[in-house]
Write a new protein. Sequence first.
Length: 238
Amino acid sequence: MKNKIISWIKQQVRNAGAKGIVMGLSGGIDSAVVAALCKTAVGKNNLLVLYLPCNSNLQDLKDAKLIARKLGLKSKLVDISGVYNNFLKILPGAGSLAKGNLKPRLRMCTLYYFANKLNYLVCGTGNKSELLVGYFTKYGDGGVDILPIADLFKRQVRKLAQELGIPEKIITKPPTAGLWQGQTDEGEMGITYNELDDILDKFCNKHIQAASKVKVDKIMKMHKNSEHKRSGAEICKI
């Protein structure tokens, strides 16, 4: 699995005529795993990881720096909190979701600035569990050039993290997109990743579901309603 992904990353960079990869390092397991894979694929001198705090939990930044030190990565801090706060001042009031989704969209803009500057590809960190239910921000963390772990369920990412020597505290850390204070992935979705993986695995392989009908129906609805996120903009054919 590891070697196949690494070879795939190398090929994507070659195909694009790019010089390397830029990605955001959040302090979570997904970005840690992707960073480790990309370092092996393109070398530490051709990989730039960005810390992109946006009124973020300070611990996330500490965890991201821990990962970068552990892997020996080139890194740069770009605090977009001020840009985000000023942007909200000129926008009408909205709920936490609308405001929260601005954060990954500003991060996307920043990543592509560096990608254009350096002739790098923007590497995303989304996994299969999140992508199948649309648990990502369209044109935010979903706005990337390549997705190396998008065919791995969360439990597979955890297993790969152990193989890659990612610190245990990162592997066991509750996943969060950091969209607002106290937000966690499992809390927002209302289901654990283990339950989600089991339902999606059985769905993909057309096996009989073992989870409750309520949870299965909820996940199937999320999958259906998020199809537009995975397929891109619809085109009116004339």
